[in-house]
Write a protein that binds this ligand. Structure first.
Ligand SMILES: Nc1ncnc2c1ncn2[C@@H]1O[C@H](COP(=O)(O)OP(=O)(O)OP(=O)(O)O)[C@@H](O)[C@H]1O
Ligand SMILES: [Mg+2]
Length: 284
């Protein structure tokens, strides 16, 4: 559904690349997770794949369209939901969907059906300015499905939402996959990625550093980690220790004997641990 080969991108158009020689395929019907720390190049890649940034170098095919020669039809095949809920606040939920529906040239979904699916029927006639963050996010997602896309791009669909709202959205994403849509999901939330994605790619400093199923990545990188916090020069310092390593066990013993240890938390071998192992950085 998506084919990317040797993709580079430089905002300055010089030899500093924010996306540096990445290649991957997204298969029809899968949920493909695109993960990595802030500034890794995820949004830049998504902007290229959705035609918002020109293709500078490399080969990219999206839903059968070669992005060297992008054509309008592509926009009828893809749905894009952005991280910031960019709805028209002065319009009602229904007016928002009707307005955007008119921008498409192909067949579209019924706005009322979408509002129903996303639990917004009761507020269909209320201005979007009165919506909670979760409702606005659902309106953005509903809007991005107006053109019945075969390929759905989601940037942080659950960020800032309470656990119940996030759970609702995850279920809607699963339902959409079950209906045959291929999904490209960008997120920092390793639990969301773990729960939803068939495969994930980790991007770091513009390069893909791992690409596999969450399960395989957990097996390969996700060793059990301990996060220790200890007093040092009047402040609390923290570090990660892998109990499988002798040096790490010794470090723990030293901290305990020094009497400076404050807390020890174990970190399950989830995608969080994979993220730390691959990027050398802790999620914030
Ligand atoms: N319009 C721009 N002009 C110049 N540089 C940019 C522009 N947009 C992003 N960058 C730079 O490109 C790099 C990749 O940014 P990008 O937004 O793709 O990262 P990201 O992985 O989406 O990060 P985040 O997780 O914070 O959303 C960063 O170093 C960023 O500063
Ligand atoms: Mg981004």
């Amino acid at each position: 559904m998506i084919h990317v080969e040797h993709l580079f991108h430089s905002y300055q158009r010089n030899d500093q690349f924010q996306v540096h020689d990445i290649s991957f395929d997204v298969r029809e019907g899968e949920i493909f997770g695109f993960l990595g720390p802030n500034g890794a190049g995820k949004s830049t890649t998504q902007r290229i794949l959705t035609g918002l940034l020109p293709l500078q170098r490399g080969q990219v095919t999206v839903a059968g369209h070669d992005l060297r020669h992008p054509r309008r039809e592509l926009f009828n095949l893809i749905g894009v939901s952005f991280e910031q809920p960019n709805v028209y606040k002065k319009l009602t939920g229904l007016e928002n969907l009707r307005f955007f529906r008119d921008l498409y040239t192909g067949p579209t979904a019924d706005p009322r059906d979408l509002l129903q699916r996303f639990g917004l029927t009761e507020v269909a006639h209320k201005r979007a300015s009165t919506y909670s963050k979760g409702m606005q996010q659902r309106l953005v997602l509903a809007r991005s499905l107006l053109n019945r896309p075969r390929l759905w791009f989601l940037d942080e669909p659950t960020s800032g939402l309470d656990p119940v709202s996030a759970q609702n959205i995850k279920q809607l994403i699963r339902d959409q996959q079950a209906a045959g849509t291929t999904i490209f999901l960008t997120t920092h939330d390793m639990h969301v990625a773990d729960e939803l994605c068939d495969r994930v790619a980790f991007l770091n400093a513009g390069r893909i550093v791992a690409l596999d199923t969450p399960r395989n990545l957990r097996l390969r990188f996700g060793q059990q980690l301990l996060k220790v916090e200890y007093r040092q020069n009047g402040t609390v310092a923290s570090e990660w220790l892998a109990p499988e390593e002798a040096a790490a066990r010794q470090r723990l013993l030293d901290l305990m004997e020094a009497g400076t240890l404050e807390t020890v938390h174990s970190q399950e071998a989830g995608l969080d641990a994979v993220f730390i192992a691959i990027t050398g950085r802790e999620l914030t």
